[in-house]
Design a binder for this molecule. Structure first.
Ligand SMILES: *Cc1c(COP(=O)(O)O)cnc(C)c1O
Length: 344
């Protein structure tokens, strides 16, 4: 059996939600878009419902539909992309709450599903999704009269606590929501950590639940062990892998593990990445290929059965650094070939 094992610690996931929840006095939701950041929205969703989560956030109505099937009726499922053409059936049948991003979406929603719940997404400066201040002031009274379930906006720079953009967006969001008696939400993981000014009525962390930065105190959720297929001796001066990019500086022992860029182990991490045999680091040598990675295990006194990429010695963010990206991309790229095992 050569497929790698991705183990997902649902206990750690729940503890991360509880830790983030403890940072605020308000409700704490959970963002499970992109299939629960690659870990599986159904299992993640069910674990979080058991832990007491009452509000979930997804990117699309399709994701909301899948999540509803997994968690059943009860918790709210908010959809960041709002109500798009073709979403009406899913919104109705899965009882989703679209976060309407524009006047067009608002008209579509009240015409297609009069009286159905909705929220509003406002743009406080990120210029990605949501109504701009002028658009909002034009429809605000009409929208409020329909009783939105939530008014939200999103911070562009919350992972940089000292960035002046945070305070600017906070005051823009306040200006757009002051005096309204509607639940509101501004903070994702980064905003939750910024402090109470940013919490409003609901925080909506994503990455921190899954053990990623900017939640530095997160418990690790993911462990990824890659089985060793073959170990060989390579004589000083021989090369390893595509393009002969690594040449053995001494007689070496090289392990070939199952797992490659087709499994989300980003090719760019090659020269900087490290695998672990227990506590011993084994540098990746040569290029990461589609299904295989080669590592230098010369210092071990035995041939390893498997090598670990993500786990006790190395977080998703460390792996992300080696690949020149962020933990979010490592998690959401994790492939479908892994044996997934749930712990906790
Ligand atoms: C992805 C996302 C979140 C969660 O962000 P994290 O940084 O993963 O906590 C919250 N709100 C919106 C609008 C998002 O797109």
């Amino acid at each position: 059996m050569t497929s790698a094992t991705l183990s997902i610690d649902l206990g750690a996931l729940v503890r991360n939600w509880q830790s983030l929840d403890a940072l605020s006095a308000c409700e704490t939701g959970a963002v499970v878009k992109a299939n629960g950041y690659g870990l599986g929205a159904p299992v993640v969703g069910r674990a979080l419902v058991r832990a007491g989560v009452r509000s979930f956030f997804v990117a699309t109505a399709e994701e909301g539909n899948t999540l509803r099937g997994a968690i059943g009726q009860g918790p709210a499922i908010y959809v960041f992309s709002g109500h798009m053409v073709g979403d009406t059936n899913a919104i109705r049948e899965a009882a989703l709450t679209p976060l309407l991003n524009s006047v067009d979406q608002m008209l579509r929603h009240v015409e297609a599903l009069p009286g159905a719940p909705f929220g509003i997404q406002l743009d406080s400066g990120m210029n990605r999704l949501g109504m701009e201040p002028a658009e909002w002031s034009a429809v605000r009274d009409i929208a409020i009269a329909q009783g939105p379930a939530l008014i939200m906006s999103h911070l562009a720079c919350a992972d940089e606590p000292d960035h002046p953009m945070n305070a600017r967006q906070l005051s823009e969001f306040r200006a757009m929501t002051d005096g309204l008696d509607i639940p509101s939400s501004l903070a994702a993981t980064g905003g939750t950590i910024l402090g109470p000014d940013y919490h409003f009525d609901m925080t909506r962390p994503g990455i921190g639940l899954y053990g990623g930065l900017p939640f530095a105190d997160a418990a690790p959720v993911v462990t990824l062990d890659l089985p060793v297929i073959q170990v060989r001796d390579v004589v000083q001066g021989e090369s390893v892998g595509y393009g002969n990019t690594w040449t053995a500086p001494r007689d070496s022992r090289i392990a070939t593990v199952s797992g490659g860029y087709a499994d989300g182990l980003i090719r760019a991490m090659g020269p900087k990445a490290t695998l672990f045999a227990g506590d011993t680091p084994c540098p990746v040598v040569g290029r990461v290929s589609m299904d295989l990675i080669t590592a230098d295990v010369t210092t071990l006194d035995h041939d390893p059965v498997e090598l670990q990429l993500i786990g006790r010695h190395q977080s998703v963010d460390t792996v992300a650094d080696a690949a020149g990206t962020i933990g979010y991309e490592i998690l959401t790229s994790l492939g479908l070939r892994y044996q997934r095992s749930l712990v906790g």
